[in-house]
Ligand binder design. Structure first.
Ligand code: NAD
Ligand code: MG
Length: 394
């Protein structure tokens, strides 16, 4: 960005939770930004409303069969409309100063890589990119001189705690977890947990998939792997701490015994806004915490038996290669099967473990981390998870 000029912004996954929070921030200072690209999925009404308000050069829906609806909704506006995965990647090549990667799942990887090839700044909410293809993403950023800024709240917290520090002085990285719906359940009852129970978060209202991933800690498992990939931290350095109040997002421990904790309101606009204003800080419209009113913060260790996903994350980090792609793909399918009420809550971890074992035996985990191989392993992992699920129910 040339000094003082307007910042060009593209948002991939604009209609989602992170995308909408990003637009909320942009909309508060419209004179500072020019929106270049907005993308969404099937929610054409939302995408078209946002396009009319923010006036991007191009709007892309992931789904080709929605293109006619999108064109109809934006008729007469002069805004270019496109659809499909290739159009998403093409849109990522349009020059922008700051690109938000907030598509959900492995679908975010290809546009993210293309964005990095511009040598620009990529604000990365799409944790699946790092989990499935961390080395590829970092190497692409390095080669093209691009910057990746973390937007996941824990990783933004770590990043902020590391400002002005050297990784050499870091001893441990602690990411916190709410503990999810079953943090107080007897462990031997987890196998009986219903879909409705797993879909209810003790602290807040989120989408169903992320709520279940919070109960199983599969989301935290992804974040542990994300920490290893983004910060280059060895697996044994990364810890998970259950912190039901969710106000400390992460802590970084240094070799002199200091622990730097990031405390903040549980509002994603903090992490998004930090990335938007980086390397400066700017005013953000988030709650200010009154710690005297909150009075206490509590912590406990995550039990292995309650959260087997955390051990699987350790296995993935030690195996490396494409095991993150297998982990993520199998986890998505395990979640599909649980949501369809075909398998029990506790079967999800078994499905993921089984898929990892099966693909290790086939010797495909240590192929090179390329976009094609990530897609291939994602596919194989889903197939393996489906087979194991079928075995469980028959
Ligand atoms: P969401 O489901 O609310 O939105 C996802 C967006 O991706 C939507 O715009 C949707 O249209 C689009 N999309 C879905 N499938 C697509 C596909 N196949 N191709 C192209 N676009 C597609 O998700 P979210 O909660 O905003 O999360 C986005 C990403 O940010 C995820 O990777 C998530 O793990 C991460 N994240 C979210 C939060 C949060 O609080 N919501 C916090 C940390 C990290
Ligand atoms: Mg997070």
């Amino acid at each position: 960005r040339c000094g003082g000029s307007v910042k060009r912004i593209s948002i991939f996954g604009a209609t989602g939770s992170i995308g909408q929070s990003t637009l909320d921030l942009i909309g508060r200072a419209p004179e500072q930004y020019k929106v270049v690209v907005l993308t969404g999925g099937a929610n054409i009404a939302q995408l078209a409303d946002d396009a009319k308000r923010f006036r991007p050069d191009v709007v892309v829906t992931a789904y080709p069969d929605k293109l006619d609806d999108l064109k109809a909704a934006l008729e007469g506006t002069g805004i270019e409309c496109a659809a499909g995965q290739e159009a998403l990647v093409e849109a990522a090549s349009r020059p922008a100063d700051w690109i938000m990667s907030a598509i959900v799942g492995v679908a975010g990887l290809a546009p993210g890589l293309k964005a990095l090839e511009q040598g620009t700044t990529l604000a990365l909410a799409n944790k699946e990119s790092l989990v499935t293809a961390g080395p590829l993403l970092l190497e692409t950023a390095r080669r093209y001189g691009a910057t990746i800024l973390p937007v996941d709240s824990e990783h933004s917290a770590i990043f902020q705690a590391l400002v002005g520090e050297e990784m050499d002085a870091v001893e441990r990285i602690v990411i916190t977890a709410s503990g999810g719906a079953f943090r107080d359940w007897p462990v031997d009852q987890l196998a009986n947990a219903t879909l409705a129970q797993a879909s209810t978060h003790p602290n807040w209202d989120m989408g169903q998939r992320i709520t279940i991933d919070s109960a199983s800690m599969f989301n935290k498992a992804l974040e542990v792997i994300e920490t290893k990939e983004f910060f280059g931290a060895p697996p044994e350095m990364i810890e998970v701490l259950v912190h039901p109040e969710s106000l400390i997002h992460a802590l970084v421990g240094f070799n002199d015994g200091a622990l730097m904790a990031h405390v903040g309101p549980p509002d994603m606009r903090h992490a998004i806004g930090y990335a938007l204003n980086w390397p400066d800080r700017g005013h953000l419209p988030v709650d200010r915490l009154d710690l005297a009113k909150i009075r206490q913060l509590t912590f406990r260790a995550p039990e292995d038996a309650r959260y087997p996903a955390l051990q699987l994350a350790q296995d993935v980090m030690k195996t490396g290669g494409l095991s993150g792609a297998v982990f993520n793909g199998a986890k998505e399918r395990a979640l599909d099967h649980f949501i369809a009420e075909r398998i029990r809550f506790t079967d999800m971890a078994a499905l993921v473990a089984g898929a990892l074992e099966e693909l290790m035996r086939q010797n495909v985990i240590n192929l090179e981390v390329t976009l094609d191989n990530v897609r291939q392993l994602d596919h194989l992992a889903r197939e393996a998870a489906d087979r194991i699920a079928l075995d469980l129910v028959t």
